[in-house]
Design a protein around this ligand. Structure first.
Ligand SMILES: NC(=[NH2+])NCCC[C@H](N)C(=O)O
Length: 672
C-alpha cells in the first residue's frame, strides 16, 4: 500500500509542479485573470494535465483514507468514513469531507486538522481552514489567496448527502449549509427509531464517583461527585461504552480502630443485638474525643485496627455494623436522586495493597524516608512522593489508590479510568497516574485516565457552603428543602388546583431534584458555583425549571390537537415532514446537533455543553412555536386545522429532550 502510494505521490508532485508552472505562465501572460479563469483556458496540454491531476488526487485521497482507516490514527480524516454513514455526528462527517478536500486540493498539506465550528448566522457550520492553508502554501512557494484556497476546497469536496450548499465568505471562510432533504430524512428516522447513539470507538471504562466516607457526613462535594459521576456514566453508556460504576467508599483506615473500641464499650452486646446507633457522626465525635484524651483507649483503638486488618471475625462484625449505619444513610440519598453505583470501598483492596507494596518493592520503586516507604512519581524525584507504607507499617490513601489502579487495569481490564473527585485532590491523582506509569501498570498508549475535577459549592455569601450555625449542610436536609421550595412554587402557580396529587408529587420531585442536579451540571464543572434555590427555581434562562416547562408544553401540543400521535411510525406513512419556514429549519438544524454535542461532551467529560444544547433546543422551539402555527383555532376556540408536519417536529423535539434529560438526570414529566 505505502509503496503504491509513494509512486503515486511522486507522480502527483511532478504533475502538480508542471501545473503550477503552466498556470503561473498563463497568469503572467494575463495578470487580470484569476485562478478560476485559468482552469477554463483552452490550452490542450494544460487541460489534459489538469484532468489527470484531478484523477490522481482523488485516487490519492482514497489511498490516504484507506491508510488512515487501517492505521486507526485518523490523521486529519475520520476513521472508517463513509459518506452515507448516518451514525457519524455531523461535525465528524463534515470533518471527513473537508479532510478529503484538503488532501485532494493540497496533498502536500494533507495532515492539516480541519477547523469547523457551528455557525450562528450564515449557514449551519463554518470551515476556517483556508486562511492558514494559504499561509502554509506561501511558505512552500505557492501563492494563493485564502478565498482561492477556499474555492479550491469547495471544488474538491466529495458530494455529500448531508451538504446542501457550500460558499466562500469574507476573507476565506467556507459557509456550509446542510441539505434540507437530509434534515427531513434524519428527523423522520429519529421519529421512527428514537435517538441512535453516534459512532465512537468503544472503551471499557471505570467511573469512580460519589465515594463518601463511612462515619463522616456525606457533604456537598460528594453530592457534586455523585451528580456528575452518574451523568457521565449515563452519557458513556449511551455511547455504547462498557461502563463500570464504582463507589470507592472510604470504609477502611485507622479511624475504625477507635470506632470499634468505642462500640465495644457502648454496646457490649453488639454481636447478638444490632446496636441502635442513630447518629453516627455523634458516635464518631465521642470516640475521637476519647481517642485524644484517654491513653488506654488509644492503645485499644490501635489494637482494634490490627485485629481488623488481620481479619479477626468479631472486629469484622463490628466494622460491618458501623459501615451499615452509613450505608443506609447514603442509600436514601442515592434512591432519591436515582443514582446507580456499585460499592467497592477501600477495604476491598486490603489484600491487593499487600501485593502492590510487594510489587513496588521488587521493582525498587520504594525508598525509605524517615521510617516511611515512599514512591516518587518519576525518576527525577521531583514533585510530591506517595506514602506507600507508614512508619508504623500501615497503609495510606495513596496505597489504596495504587492497589485500585492496578486492579482496574490488570484485573478489570479497563482501558479508561475516570475519577470524579474534587479539584483539591488534583495533585494526588496526577501523582498516582504518574507513579502507575512509572512502574508500568499504566501504559499511556493503551490506557487513559482522567481526574474529572470540580470546584467547590459556595453559599450565597460567596463563602464555602455551610448552615447558618456554620455546620456542614446535611444532604438529606438539602433535598428536603428543595422539595419544600418546589412545592411552594407549584402552589403559588395554582398547580395544586389542576394536577392530581400524584401528578403534583411527580412535578414536585422533578423540579426539586432536577434543579439541584441541573445547577450543578450546567456550569463548567471546574469553576465553583453558588448554591441558591431562588436562582435554581427561576423559570427563565438556562434552568431546569425552564426546560421542564418547555418539555411539558411540547407534550401538551400533540395532546391538544385532538388527534392520536402515539404511533409515530404509522403517522409517518401518510404524513411527510416539510421544512419551509425559517424557524422550522432552525429548530431541525438545532436538533441535528445532538450527536455533535454528545461527542463533544464525552471527549473531555464536560456536561455543561449538553445543558447549553438543551437550552438552545428550548429557545429554538420557543421561536418556532411563536411563528409557526401547529394547531389553528377559530374565534370560538375550535380547531380548524392541524399542521401534522409541525406536530411531528414538536414530537422530534420531545424525543431529543427526553434523551438529554435522561443523561442529565431530569425527569421528563408530561404535566406540570
Ligand atoms: N479512588 C479515589 N481516591 N476515589 C475518591 C475517593 C474520595 C474520598 N473518599 C474522599 O472523600 O475524599
Amino acid at each position: 500500500m505505502s509503496e503504491q502510494l509513494s509512486v503515486e505521490l511522486n507522480k502527483l508532485a511532478e504533475l502538480e509542479r508542471v501545473t503550477v508552472e503552466l498556470a503561473a505562465q498563463v497568469q503572467a501572460a494575463n495578470p487580470h485573470r484569476n485562478a478560476a479563469d485559468v482552469q477554463v483556458l483552452q490550452d490542450d496540454e494544460l487541460i489534459k494535465l489538469q484532468t489527470e491531476n484531478t484523477k490522481l488526487k482523488h485516487r490519492l485521497a482514497i489511498l490516504n483514507q484507506a491508510i488512515s482507516d487501517e492505521s486507526g490514527k485518523g490523521g486529519s480524516t475520520a476513521r472508517s468514513f463513509s459518506l452515507n454513514d448516518d451514525s457519524l455526528s455531523i461535525i465528524e462527517h463534515l470533518r471527513s469531507v473537508l479532510a478529503i478536500a484538503i488532501t485532494t486540493a493540497f496533498p502536500q498539506l494533507s495532515h492539516t486538522p480541519v477547523l469547523l465550528t457551528p455557525s450562528i448566522k450564515f449557514g449551519d457550520y463554518q470551515c476556517n481552514n483556508a486562511m492558514a492553508l494559504a499561509k502554509k502554501l506561501k511558505d512552500i512557494g505557492i501563492g494563493k489567496s485564502p478565498r482561492d484556497v477556499a474555492t479550491e476546497l469547495i471544488n474538491s469536496c466529495p458530494v455529500s448527502p448531508r451538504i446542501g450548499k457550500l460558499e466562500v465568505a469574507g476573507p476565506g471562510f467556507i459557509n456550509i449549509f446542510l441539505n434540507k432533504d437530509y434534515g427531513v430524512r434524519a428527523i423522520t428516522d429519529l421519529l421512527r427509531n428514537g435517538v441512535k447513539p453516534p459512532k465512537v470507538p468503544k472503551k471499557r471504562v471505570l467511573v469512580d464517583f460519589s465515594s463518601p466516607n463511612i462515619a463522616k457526613q456525606m457533604h456537598v462535594g460528594h453530592l457534586r461527585s455523585t451528580i456528575i459521576g452518574e451523568s457521565i456514566c449515563r452519557l458513556l453508556e449511551f455511547l455504547q461504552h462498557d461502563v463500570i460504576r464504582i463507589n470507592h467508599l472510604g470504609d477502611w483506615g485507622t479511624q475504625f480502630g477507635m470506632l470499634i473500641a468505642h462500640l465495644e464499650d457502648r454496646f457490649p452486646n453488639f454481636l447478638n443485638e444490632s446496636p441502635p446507633i442513630g447518629d453516627l457522626q455523634a458516635f464518631y465525635k465521642e470516640s475521637k474525643k476519647r481517642f485524644d484524651e484517654d491513653e488506654v483507649f488509644k492503645k485499644r483503638a490501635y489494637n482494634a485496627v490490627v485485629a481488623l486488618q488481620g481479619g479477626d471475625p468479631n472486629s469484622i462484625k463490628a466494622w460491618q455494623l458501623i459501615c451499615d449505619v452509613s450505608r443506609k444513610e447514603f442509600k436514601t440519598i442515592y434512591d432519591r436522586l436515582e443514582i446507580n453505583v456499585k460499592e467497592r470501598g477501600e477495604s476491598f483492596y486490603q489484600s491487593r495493597m499487600l501485593t502492590v507494596v510487594d510489587f513496588l518493592r521488587k521493582q525498587n520503586m520504594l525508598e525509605v524516608d524517615d521510617g516511611r516507604e515512599i514512591m516518587w512519581p518519576d525518576e527525577s524525584k521531583t514533585g510530591i512522593p506517595l506514602t506507600i507504607v507508614k512508619s508504623d507499617g500501615g497503609f495510606t490513601y495513596d496505597t489504596s489508590d495504587m492497589a485500585a489502579i492496578r486492579h482496574r487495569i490488570e484485573e478489570e481490564l479497563c482501558d479508561w479510568l475516570v475519577y470524579v473527585v474534587d479539584s483539591g485532590q488534583s495533585t494526588h491523582f496526577a501523582t498516582i497516574f504518574k507513579a502507575a506509569k512509572r512502574c508500568g501498570i499504566f501504559q499511556p498508549k493503551v490506557h487513559r485516565a482522567d481526574h474529572v475535577q470540580f470546584g467547590v459549592v459556595l453559599g450565597e455569601d460567596g463563602k464555602k457552603f455551610k448552615t447558618r450555625s456554620g455546620d456542614t449542610v446535611k444532604l438529606a436536609d438539602l433535598l428536603d428543602e428543595g422539595m419544600k421550595r418546589s412545592l411552594e412554587q407549584l402552589r403559588s402557580r395554582g398547580r395544586d388546583q389542576v394536577l392530581t396529587p400524584q401528578e403534583l408529587l411527580d412535578a414536585q420531585e422533578a423540579v426539586a431534584y432536577g434543579c439541584i442536579k441541573y445547577t450543578d451540571l450546567c456550569h463548567n464543572r471546574i469553576s465553583d458555583y453558588v448554591f441558591s434555590f431562588d436562582k435554581m427555581l427561576d423559570d427563565r434562562g438556562n434552568t431546569a425549571v425552564y426546560l421542564l416547562y418547555t418539555y411539558t408544553r411540547i407534550c401538551s401540543i400533540a395532546r391538544n390537537s385532538g388527534e392520536d400521535f402515539s404511533n409515530l411510525s404509522k403517522i409517518l406513512e401518510t404524513i411527510d415532514i416539510t421544512l419551509t419556514h425559517d424557524k422550522e429549519w432552525k429548530l431541525v438544524s438545532t436538533l441535528l446537533k445532538l450527536h455533535d454535542v454528545l461527542v463533544k461532551c464525552s471527549r473531555d467529560l464536560f456536561l455543561h455543553f449538553l445543558c447549553e444544547f438543551c437550552y438552545e433546543v428550548c429557545t429554538a422551539f420557543a421561536e418556532f412555536y411563536d411563528s409557526c402555527y401547529c394547531i389553528e383555532k377559530n374565534k370560538a376556540g375550535q380547531i380548524v386545522k392541524v399542521n401534522h408536519s409541525r406536530i411531528l417536529l414538536c414530537e422530534a423535539t420531545a424525543i431529543v429532550l427526553r434523551q438529554c434529560f435522561y443523561i442529565l438526570g431530569l425527569k421528563p414529566i408530561t404535566k406540570i
